[in-house]
Design a protein around this ligand. Structure first.
Ligand SMILES: Nc1ncnc2c1ncn2[C@@H]1O[C@H](COP(=O)(O)OP(=O)(O)OP(=O)(O)O)[C@@H](O)[C@H]1O
Ligand SMILES: [Mg+2]
Length: 293
């Protein structure tokens, strides 16, 4: 298929934000089993959308089909009205960024250089000062200025994840894809990052698509939620319509009670299974140091 020309590239950048998925099918090479089967979806405008679903439901695969890491085996993905098959990876990188699932991969670069890599799609001769200014802003936003000169491959899992987020933000995307962006973060940062993502949708007009396993945080901050199950979409809509005890039972096979926290659903897990008592010798204690006289 022909790639879009320069004039259309500008239209891709300037057009109203949308991701439209039309009868998407995907199976991995060498496998006859479909991971996604006939999925259709229309996301419009800046907002925070969370993708939920159990392990193996196809969430990462769906995002990879949206951002051209994978090519759908059937159907189409339209980004801002353009068929993604016609958009080059380079052009897509100018409007979207992707923060992958935190992996053990890391490179022997400083944190600043790692974040600077996010500026690559925009780099022009002579723009290094502007790039460094944006890198500094991203470090500040994530409150990791103190890590600027640290080596990326010597960071803790949570620090690693914050740097990857800073790199995604430094790309200044109009569409931001994130795969479990808070999985390694402490509870304060889980909330803080999700709030930043929501604010980006409001203040910078970004369409944020985030995979999450934290149903309560997704319910609290997302504008819309997509639940994947059985190779397709189980439900899609506002958190209060999607997060139900029926969904949790059918999709995750857990019993839960849903309460309301300022109009947003909040789940409490129920576990009726019988608890087996511990042997008496099991304990944890902190030995008290003998005081020296
Ligand atoms: N590279 C691959 N080759 C073959 N099969 C794959 C590959 N990656 C994923 N799969 C399969 O595709 C299915 C969906 O995987 P995917 O990673 O999209 O799930 P997920 O919803 O992101 O799960 P998780 O919550 O565990 O991250 C799974 O059955 C998985 O085994
Ligand atoms: Mg995944």
């Amino acid at each position: 298929m022909k790639q879009i020309g320069k004039k259309d590239n500008n239209r891709l950048i300037e057009s109203d934000l949308s991701i439209r998925i039309e009868d998407l099918h995907f199976s991995y090479k060498g496998s006859s089993k479909e991971v996604l089967s006939g999925l259709s979806l229309d996301i419009r405008g800046p907002q925070l959308v969370s993708v939920l679903g159990p392990n193996g439901a196809g969430k990462s695969t769906l995002i990879h089909c949206m951002n051209k890491i994978l090519e759908p085996t059937g159907g189409n993905v339209w980004i801002n009205g353009f068929n993604s098959r016609e958009i080059s990876i380079k052009e897509l990188a100018k409007i979207s960024s992707y923060v992958p699932y935190s992996s053990a991969d890391s490179f022997p670069l400083t944190v600043v250089d790692t974040i600077l890599m996010g500026r690559h799609p925009h780099s022009k001769w002579g723009s290094i000062d502007e790039d460094l200014r944006i890198v500094e802003e991203s470090l500040k936003l994530l409150k990791i200025e103190d890590l600027a000169d640290s080596m990326f491959n010597e960071l803790s899992a949570g620090q690693h994840q914050k740097v990857m987020l800073a790199r995604g933000f430094a790309q200044e995307p109009r569409i931001l894809f994130l795969d479990e962006p808070t999985s390694n973060l402490d509870i304060k940062y889980q909330l803080e990052i999700t709030r930043i993502l929501r604010r980006m949708s409001r203040e910078k007009g970004v369409l944020v698509v985030m995979i999450s396993h934290d149903i309560n945080i997704a319910a609290k901050y997302s504008d819309n939620i997509i639940v994947l199950h059985n190779r397709g979409i189980y439900s899609f809509g506002k958190p209060e319509d999607v997060i139900t005890s029926e969904m949790l039972k059918e999709v995750y096979d857990v019993d839960a009670v849903i309460t309301s926290d300022k109009g947003k659903p909040h789940l409490m897990l129920c576990d009726e299974s019988e608890d087996v008592p511990l042997p008496e010798e099991s304990s944890v204690c902190v030995p008290v140091k003998a005081t020296e006289n």
